[in-house]
Write a protein that binds this ligand. Sequence first.
Ligand code: CAA
Length: 384
Amino acid sequence: MSNNIGIHDLEAATAHYVLPLDALAEAHGIDPAKFHRGLGQDRFSVPAPDEDVVTMAATAASRLLARHPEHHVRMVIFATETGVDQSKSAGVFLHGLIGLGPHVRTVEYKQACYAGTAGIQAALGHIARYPDEQVLVVASDIARYALDSSGEPTQGAGAVAMLISADPALVAIEPQSGLYTADVNDFWRPNDSSTPFVEGKLSMDAYIEATLGSWDDFTARRELKVTDVDRFIHHQPFTKMARKAHAALAAHTGVELGDELIEESMTYNRQLGNAYTASMYFGLAAQLHADTDLTGKRLGFFSYGSGAVAEFFTGVVQEGYRAHLDAAAAVEELSAREEIDYPTYRALHEAHRTVSDDYDVEPVTQAPFRFTGVKDRVRHYAVR
Ligand code: CAA
């Protein structure tokens, strides 16, 4: 066994519906170019009433583990901004739905869009101590902004499940991280609100400052030139934000960094919208699924969560990685979404339940896992 630890495999899932941003632009009387070029977004996923972060996570994780029937998952880390309970981890719902055994540590991590990376880093520590075990890290989120707000076109939904292990087949995460934390009120969601509050301009500035701060911390600890990184995967609240961060890094380092270093990582997110904790990992999936052979190449990850925490870390793509990927399934996941019109989207948004009184949810999707409603204030799920 080598000393490598990292991402052994991954799978992605999204929600049942999709809204083209052209429909939102028409309804709001906005030039659609503002969304396509200004934000770099084309469509966003919209959950059906019987979907939530648990069902998307279960879909992604069950597909992942089906490819690894002999897995040794000993810990489940569920990263989300969209938790379904203030106390019980969404991971415990997931654990039950995908049939994991009882002898597993299961927790939920939260720090806006950053928590997936916290999960990966905790998993690396676990595997360093117990190299024969594996950790299932699932990042799952629904970005749901208020109707008619400036954040509305950047909504989205999705989950990425990753198996972290020794001798990974996809990406070996290298030692050392660049870290940055600053107490900023750029984006937050109080306990009694199902949509976030956002200071849009401040959030973009805070993102850039944290990105560069994490880079500086990294390079102070490890000798690495910006040209030693072959591809950058940024958090993508909207893909134009990744371009802005890339340009800021170029200006900061004084090195010209071409668009080709980020271009392939943005193909899924343009069609998906923001998936908060899962966003950067959809970027990774898109990059690995792209035609370019990245064997032996170094990826640089910029993870950002408002509030604000950022981390820069690197990973090396492993030989033979392509044989372990299922790019067709990810593309199918996006293309299988049912397109809806603006009034349908608006009605779905308005019908979103924010209280925990009892209610039943009729089946809508053909997804393998469904949210069926609340009884005696307990959330219930079904396996198809
Ligand atoms: N054609 C082409 N481009 C156009 C255009 C047109 N007709 N009209 C406007 N644009 C461009 C603008 O020039 C601008 O581009 P630049 O920033 O490159 O100049 C872009 O479209 C957006 O225009 P505005 O700045 O006017 O957009 P806005 O004020 O309506 O909202 C936003 C932008 C603040 C990002 C808003 O979408 C928002 O609040 N989003 C949610 C918060 C967010 O994602 N912040 C990012 C950092 S925080 C983070 O990363 C955590 C997270 O996941 C939430």
